[in-house]
Unconditional design. Structure first.
Length: 241
């Protein structure tokens, strides 16, 4: 039986790389995107060229009603997912004393609220259909050690790690694993504006990680070999912590 995986924020960066990596491993992919349909369509074509099925699912993870409706309709039409990769997220960095209300609210409501909004309509169908599924949420090294100018982002990513631990406990007896991957400095659009020459000095491996290195860990966590791993946060950071 073919296994289908939903990936949020799948049109670029780690989400795109994960979609392609999982397709090569034999999974069919549901590609969530918010605004960039053109990029999502390109990923879809690449997956189909690998011989796997792919379909697009547009919604903003911050919008609860929209997310619920889109996911419920997709499950009704196509069946429940085997895996869910919670990759979509945003950053709006600012030092806390001058942080704007919307910078706090948008990051918390998207990154942490999105965890609830996406998983709430999925978990019960997984339980009811006895799917021994896999849930992987993307956190960040910022959620583990904090980072200047990222009080909002660090709070949201730390919250995801806590949510993963509790949800994993609830779903363990169902054979559904729930884990967290916390990337460090990864070569994506999100780091294009940082002074990397300075950051590199802090990384023992003296280089950024790649999206493929993150995707390979996610791929493992979805496998049968990882069926006894749950409630864990694994960081991909080149020894930064």
């Amino acid at each position: 039986m073919d296994k289908t995986v939903l990936i949020t924020g799948a049109s670029r960066g780690i989400g795109k790389e994960t979609a392609l990596y999982l397709a090569k491993s034999g999974y069919d992919i549901v590609l969530n995107y918010n605004k960039n349909e053109k990029a999502a369509l390109e990923v879809k074509k690449e997956i189909e060229a690998l011989g796997r099925k792919a379909r697009l699912l547009q919604f903003d993870i911050k919008e609860r009603k929209e997310t619920k409706e889109k996911i419920e309709n997709d499950i009704k039409d196509n069946g429940v997912y085997y895996g869910v990769i919670l990759n979509a997220g945003i950053a709006k960095d600012n030092i806390f004393p001058i942080m704007e209300d919307n910078e706090w609210d948008d990051v918390i409501n998207t990154n942490l609220g999105g965890f609830y909004n996406v998983l709430k309509p999925i978990v019960m169908p997984m339980i009811e259909q006895r799917v021994k599924g896999r849930i992987v949420a993307l956190s960040s090294i910022s959620g583990i050690k904090g980072n200047r100018g990222q009080t909002n982002y660090s709070a949201s990513k730390a919250g995801i790690m806590g949510a993963v631990k509790s949800l994993g406990l609830e779903l363990a007896k169902r054979g559904i694993t729930v884990n967290c991957v916390a990337p460090g400095v990864i070569e994506t659009d999100m780091i294009k504006d940082i002074p990397f020459d300075e950051v590199k000095k802090l990384i023992p491996m003296k280089r950024p990680g790649t999206s493929k290195e993150v995707a390979s860990l996610i791929n493992y966590l979805l496998s049968n070999d990882a069926s006894y791993i749950t409630c864990q946060t694994i960081s991909v950071n080149g020894g930064l912590i």
